[in-house]
Design a protein around this ligand. Structure first.
Ligand code: FE2
Length: 434
């Protein structure tokens, strides 16, 4: 989309519907050279915000570039800073607002078309009922109206496995039918993945939200609705599965909301009787479980799906909540595309250990380099480390006694994206010098 179309049509239309979300103090003029270019001022101070042709005396920042570069920025807003350093973009005015302009362009380029959260995802199941009866340990499937998920199913990249692979800029995990596990798979380019998909390989892609920013909004909404700590590791995964392919039996340590977008997929799910709230995943094809699971499991893991496994067919509009620890295996009836909202689940041990660590490192002796704590060293050196740790451990009960539950549950703010961009550095000259 060229700048004229973006600022002339799209932005005014978006401001009319989403303006309230964007009100702030940024007033920015864009001078875009070449065909499809022009000059516009985006004024978010105005109530409602407006985008008007021409410059403005109240503009805080002016961004100058050519239309070809601007189109690239619209496709991937993370290029904004990179282009500045490479001299493809000129700035004048208040540099401090530059990062916010990037965030605003991100919203304008892919605005949330519906506020997808728990109520949309699990409809017709009421969120209060989901939270009371299922979350976080009991699976449930809903087969709601696909229209409720239109803001997902309308995303161009999510139209089909082919459109996904034709658009996806990153690498893709590919695994053939009957392979041991989805994570025991090579990563290939999207172009190679398309060939493998047509030859029957299942594909999976992680961190889809990195290239589809609106998904970050939906992940944030779900973190809020589910009451997860703001520090939770969240991501979107896409599963592109041809007929007959799928995942071998395994369980995960995270919570998954599986949204079936196209095609049909058969899920076999069964309760896990060996471990509750595991901190690692395990596939039945693994030669042995991760070491930490050996201390958590009450017995050996099965090598085939339990006899009481339930079969669930997902069709477009279906959403399946798969809690951690639940055994599952999948097969696709035909080409299938599904999107997972996945949340690693910080447990109480994580929160308390992090709080303790933050308190201990107030003291320089806890910040000392941990030397000699290495299995490969000789006994004398390891004893030095053991003696040192034994002395430190004596302090732990006192420090633990200083921690308060109120502090611990409030001490994990949402990780902030890196917004300390130093535009005054001379990278631009270094990178563009002949
Ligand atoms: Fe899984």
């Amino acid at each position: 989309m060229d700048a004229a179309h973006f600022f002339g049509d799209r932005v005014p239309a978006l401001l009319a519907t989403h303006g309230a979300l964007l009100n702030g103090h940024v007033v920015c003029t864009f001078k875009i050279a070449g065909d499809g270019g022009g000059e516009w001022t985006l004024d978010l101070r105005s109530v409602p915000p407006v985008c008007t042709p021409g410059g403005s005396a109240s503009s805080l920042l002016t961004i100058e570039t050519d239309n070809s570069s601007f189109e690239q920025i619209l496709a991937d807003q993370r290029l904004l800073v990179d282009m500045y350093y490479r001299g493809q973009l000129k700035l004048s005015g208040n540099f401090a607002t530059f990062k916010q302009v990037g965030d605003i362009l991100t919203l304008l380029a892919s605005p949330p078309r519906a506020d997808i959260g728990l109520s949309h995802l699990m409809a017709p199941l009421e969120p209060t009922r989901f939270l009371r009866d299922y979350w976080p340990n009991k699976h449930v499937v809903v087969h709601g109206d696909p229209a409720r998920l239109q803001s997902l199913s309308d995303l161009p990249i999510l139209q089909s496995a082919r459109t996904f692979l034709e658009t996806w800029p990153g690498l893709v995990f590919a695994f053939p039918p009957g392979s041991g596990d989805e994570f025991d798979a090579p990563r290939v380019t999207a172009k190679e993945a398309l060939v493998l998909f047509e030859r029957g390989c299942a594909l999976n892609v992680s961190n889809v939200e990195a290239h589809v920013p609106v998904l970050r909004t939906y992940l944030d909404n779900l973190v809020r609705d589910l009451g997860l700590p703001a520090s939770v590791h969240m991501r979107c995964l896409c599963y592109l599965t041809p007929a007959g392919a799928g995942a071998s039996p395994h369980f995960d340590q995270n919570a998954n909301f599986v949204v079936q977008l196209t095609g049909e997929k058969i899920w076999h799910v069964a309760p896990n009787r060996q471990v509750t709230n595991p901190t690692a995943r395990h596939a039945m094809s693994f030669p042995e479980p991760y070491a930490e699971l050996l201390f958590q499991a009450t017995g050996p893991f099965p090598t085939e799906m339990p006899a009481d496994a339930e079969t669930i067919t997902l069709v477009p509009g279906s959403v399946l909540f798969v809690p951690n620890s639940m055994w599952h295996a999948t097969t696709s009836n035909g080409p299938s595309l599904s999107l997972n909202f996945t949340f690693d689940q910080p447990n109480w041990a994580d929160l308390v250990c992090e709080a303790l660590r933050r308190r201990l490192v107030w003291d320089p002796k806890w910040r000392e380099l941990a030397t000699n704590a290495n299995l490969a060293l000789d006994e004398d050196r390891k004893i030095l480390a053991q003696t040192h740790v034994a002395a430190l451990l004596k302090e732990v009960p006192r420090v633990l006694g200083q921690l308060h539950a109120g502090q611990i549950v409030n001490m994990f703010p949402k990780p902030k994206p890196d917004d300390t961009v130093d535009l005054k550095r001379s990278w631009s000259e270094l990178l563009t010098a002949k």
